[in-house]
Design a protein around this ligand. Sequence first.
Ligand SMILES: [Fe+2]
Length: 279
Amino acid sequence: MITLQTDTPLALHHLHVTSEDPQRLGSFYTNLFDLKVVPHNGNQIALAGGSRAIVVHYGKSGEFAAAAYAARDEAALATLKAKLGDLAETTTPADEIFFRQGAIRIRDPQGRCLIIGVPNKQRSPDELPARLQHTVFQTTQLEAVLDFYVNKLGFVISDEVVDTEGRVTTCFLRSDDEHHSLAFFRGSQDVWDHHCYETSSWNDIRDWGDRFARARYSIFFGPGRHGPGNNLFFMITDPDGNRVELSCDLQRVDAAHPPGVWPHEEYTLNSWGRGWIRT
Ligand SMILES: [Fe+2]
């Protein structure tokens, strides 16, 4: 079967977020994540450094604007564009701050935006490793959303969490060899759940914990180990209340891997301790 993983792998490259106080939010990512302002023709604050980047737009805080995924090269992007046909919408200038001309914009059935493009700059190594790696949403329409991402875009289900009635409550989707670059929780609201940075070792997790502690940002979930993905993690919140995850040892999954099934319980979300069950 042809999927993103087998044919045109995508990796999360940067995020577009909205904030009522873009300067304050921008300062958080500049100071804590070693990002620098990238000049461009627009009102947004574009920040990049190492293997992470974010664009902050003025708007309602916490209202997600777009997830930007990188294709490997122009040829892969052209293949994907041909496959997506009318689903690809016209991009805005802000969509191409970190991408070459020709990026595409896609809207899911609930209006979430994905931008897919080829990065316009090669990344430099991080001082403290943490590559932007995945983003997660809560949705009231899990079936419709999964149908779109799997059957239209080509994401692949790595693992599902299923409740006692056989209903899927969480689905982890991959777009390359990493266990998930996107996931959805069934919830009572359509909200952005969190985004995550993948580090290179448990020692990095320690160093990130110390860095946030020095700036007085305390952990609200974790440290622990997720069942699906098997990654070690902790989470903090940024000044807008957006949840930020630091992770390491995320599982790699080959294309033939069948979807796993996990029970809907705290141990699945955090095998070391308390889970955070979305409702
Ligand atoms: Fe996560």
